[in-house]
Design a protein around this ligand. Sequence first.
Ligand code: PEP
Ligand code: MN
Length: 264
Amino acid sequence: QSSRLFHPEDTIITTPHSVIGGDQFVMMAGPCSVESATHVDQMAAVAKQGGATIVRGGAFKPRTSPYSFQGLGETGLQYLRAAADKHDLDMITEVMDDEHVAMVAKYTDIFQIGARNMQNFSLLKAVGQTQIPVALKRGMSATIDDVLNAAEYIAAGGNHQIMILERGIRTFDNKYTRNTFDLGAVPVLQSLTHYPVIVDPSHAVGTWELVTPMAMAGVAAGASGMIVEIHDQPTQALSDGPQALKPATYLKMAQQAFQLHDLM
Ligand code: PEP
Ligand code: MN
């Protein structure tokens, strides 16, 4: 059960290099997409330097257009796994299809369920049958109760290692922000559920200049961690370049985020 009523204590998720939930603050960083072995290795080194214990990277990409880069597939998982191992990090990657769950499970420490798949019930059931932690993204048009019910689908299968990611929702005005970062959802989710709540300021705002202020707002709202996209050459990125933080910007933001979390 995801409700605090039945389970008052915070769920703490442990992966080989990370403790997620409770008073901990976890940093996850990496490129939107795994682009090459060398690139993801370099970005993993940057992620680690900023205090991340988890490197992110998509190998199966849910792109709006079918003609956009779709990801490197299993090869991308191999590159991300190698980069994580080399830098003593955990990895998180998106699984898009229930038929891929067993294959992605061979590589990843954490499954990411993308916003577009939050109510893909066969996928939720499939990850619920594993014992691998799941980072469930709130859908762009999902209510708080919707995302909690989606979490319930995973838990119902026996997998209780779930974290909920707020990544912004669609509202009437997303001209200047890719989505609307629902900061209020962070303390609301924490009051309703024992699962860790993580913020994704990158997808919430879509523009790198807005990422640091909204990342800090997410920490101030009480998030147990964040996931952030980084890239050394954002204009060359194969996906989500405009919202990627360059290494120096990420390192500064991460330092400030840990400091702010310590104050709370
Ligand atoms: C991503 O993490 O790169 C991604 C596609 O996120 P979302 O599902 O939140 O759009
Ligand atoms: Mn992305």
